[in-house]
Design a binder for this molecule. Structure first.
Ligand SMILES: NC(=O)c1ccc[n+]([C@@H]2O[C@H](COP(=O)([O-])OP(=O)(O)OC[C@H]3O[C@@H](n4cnc5c(N)ncnc54)[C@H](OP(=O)(O)O)[C@@H]3O)[C@@H](O)[C@H]2O)c1
Length: 293
């Protein structure tokens, strides 16, 4: 029997890389094709249908995105093309190919003003342009392909790529003291945990549990960036002094939501995905970073 083809974009990004580490375990069920910008450029949405002329996926996991949150405030055209327009075209091509689209999105679609975990059905209200483009991408994906799952996630890190954990480890080795904001709280997500969750969803689909719409996934637990930095320091056994700072001390071009926690109940109940605690996931990532040093 021919195995269903899973196309995964953004192979050089954090999530795309973690998916590549995992797919061996799923090779009995699926064939996988990973793409980089060279094979499929989301910055050029009109070129996307050509890709689908040759490739007929059963599942399309879009991990590619314009993720430079501050730069998006000025590079609006590029951010919109990649995060919204291209997603709309991908969704239409997936609909024509009868393919399921998994569109990865973000907690930044919410304004973060209410201190309670956001549900997938809660109204979006992004506070920065990146969040707006991702929200538009969600809408176009859902409108253009009824077989779409939007999976929103938050505070993503990995041993691969650029992220808060790796920046903290570098700064804590270089400096005696660093300052980290303590008035933004959220749920960190190890990209490996998210990759596993996505492949669990695909297996559920193969087993007939086909449910579409918007879902939330992060590791379990709620902390501030300051608490996260302290945990990184302690788990990596470093001795840098970490001082709490208000966000107002670090003005950035893009505003950030203050409370960025998402309710993952639907993902757990529908797809039996159990998010591990952020501490467990962080320790695993730090162990891998240390082993590679
Ligand atoms: N990072 C976070 O904290 C975070 C939080 C919430 C949600 N998310 C979402 O999670 C998903 C995965 O994020 P990530 O952290 O893995 O992102 P990432 O590490 O920044 O990777 C982004 C990927 O997108 C690719 N890409 C960018 N522009 C492209 C284009 N024009 N055509 C094709 N590919 C392009 C990049 O390729 P190049 O290497 O060639 O640039 C890279 O492989 C994204 O949808 C993101 O919005 C991320």
């Amino acid at each position: 029997m021919v195995k269903p083809l899973v196309v995964i974009t953004g192979k050089s990004g954090q999530l795309g890389w973690e998916l590549q580490q995992l797919v061996k375990e799923y090779s009995g069920h699926f064939n996988f094709l990973f793409t980089a910008r060279e094979e499929l450029d989301l910055g050029n949405p009109s070129s996307i249908p050509q890709f689908f002329e040759k490739i007929k996926p059963a599942y399309f996991i879009n991990c590619a995105a314009y993720t430079a949150v501050d730069k998006a405030e000025t590079e609006k055209e590029s951010a919109y093309a990649i995060n919204a327009e291209a997603v709309g075209v991908i969704a239409r091509c997936c609909a024509d190919a009868n393919a399921v689209l998994v569109q990865v999105s973000t907690d930044y679609v919410f304004n973060g003003n209410e201190p309670s975990p956001r549900k997938p059905t809660d109204a979006a209200d992004p506070v920065n342009y990146y969040g707006y483009t991702k929200w538009m991408g969600e809408k176009l994906a859902l409108e253009n392909n009824p077989q779409t799952l939007v999976i929103r996630t938050s505070w993503v890190y990995s041993e691969h790529g650029h992220n808060f954990v790796k920046t903290m480890l570098r700064l804590m080795r270089e400096r005696e003291e660093i300052k980290v904001v303590n008035d933004q709280v959220g749920s960190p997500t190890y990209a490996a945990s998210l990759a596993e969750a996505i492949l669990t969803v695909l297996m559920a689909f193969e087993n007939g549990n086909r449910q579409y719409g918007v879902f939330h996934f992060s590791n379990a637990g709620v902390i501030s960036w300051y608490d996260f930095a302290l945990a990184i320091r302690d788990m990596a056994q470093l001795s840098c002094c970490v001082l709490p700072q208000p966000s107002s001390a670090y003005p950035t071009p893009a505003k950030r939501p203050f409370y960025s926690v998402m309710d993952t109940t639907a993902m757990q109940e529908i797809f039996s995905v159990k998010p591990v605690a952020w501490q467990t996931a962080l320790q695993e990532c730090i162990n891998k970073i240390k082993a590679a040093d």
